[in-house]
Design a protein around this ligand. Sequence first.
Ligand SMILES: Nc1ncnc2c1ncn2[C@@H]1O[C@H](COP(=O)(O)OP(=O)(O)OP(=O)(O)O)[C@@H](O)[C@H]1O
Length: 275
Amino acid sequence: MSLQMERLRELCDQLRLLNLPDQLANLGQMAAKKELGYLEFLEQALRGEALARVERTRAMFTRIAGFPAIKTLDEFDFQFASGVPKPLVQELGSLAFVERSENVVLLGASGVGKTHLAIALGYRATQAGIKTRFITAADLLMTLSTALRQNTLEEAIKRIVRPYRLLIIDEVGYLPMNREQANLLFQVIAKRYEVGSLILTSNLPFGQWEQTFADDANLTAGLLDRLLHHAHVVPISGDSYRLKDKRRAGVIAASSNALLKRKRSHLDTQEEQAA
Ligand SMILES: Nc1ncnc2c1ncn2[C@@H]1O[C@H](COP(=O)(O)OP(=O)(O)OP(=O)(O)O)[C@@H](O)[C@H]1O
């Protein structure tokens, strides 16, 4: 390596230009071939560095978000999920709700795509440079309960709840909470209220949340009040995507089959009555 190259590498290091050193040789050759002016060359070099920095930030945000898998809106089969309000989901995909610190609540039965959509919105946020964190309600409550016992609840909340512009809490309602856990989740929602966005997924309609939150009517009302004040509720109906292929293979009777059967028997009765 020439002495000049070494000096350039050192300067890049000092200025934290991580991408440029590897590009220097190519850039130099390209500039000579295309007879670029000094300023044009500088612009190309800095543009490459800026793009690489954006990519690194995206990758870092995706990593720290802790998604269990990457899911995208493009992969979501809206045709299968006819119970998903597509225009609303597409509007949420603009991420304007994050800019406005609003919440999103995805409600529906198991397997209808709640987590997929929550991750897809979260992933899109990370790609837009929005610091995001995904956590299941069970993991969140376990971490906070442990912190409470160790007298470090404030730190845990600061670490998990505060630094993120978008916090995704998955699977609220699968496990009933005791009073302590219900209180902890209330604190999380209260701390986020109007300062950052939340996406929550739940298999339970709001009418049943009280049972999950230790049968505490006041706490549930206060929690829902804060959660829903600026929220987009996305009700999802339909069949489980997980069982799609099994249904196709006829292993499980689809609800549409059941519906057809009911309709058929209704028609049969009508025919019998008419005869
Ligand atoms: N409409 C869809 N298009 C493509 N993949 C889908 C769709 N719906 C669900 N899936 C896939 O099916 C699997 C289960 O979906 P997901 O975990 O999002 O369901 P869920 O509603 O969160 O269920 P649960 O309440 O049991 O956690 C995932 O792999 C997800 O990517």
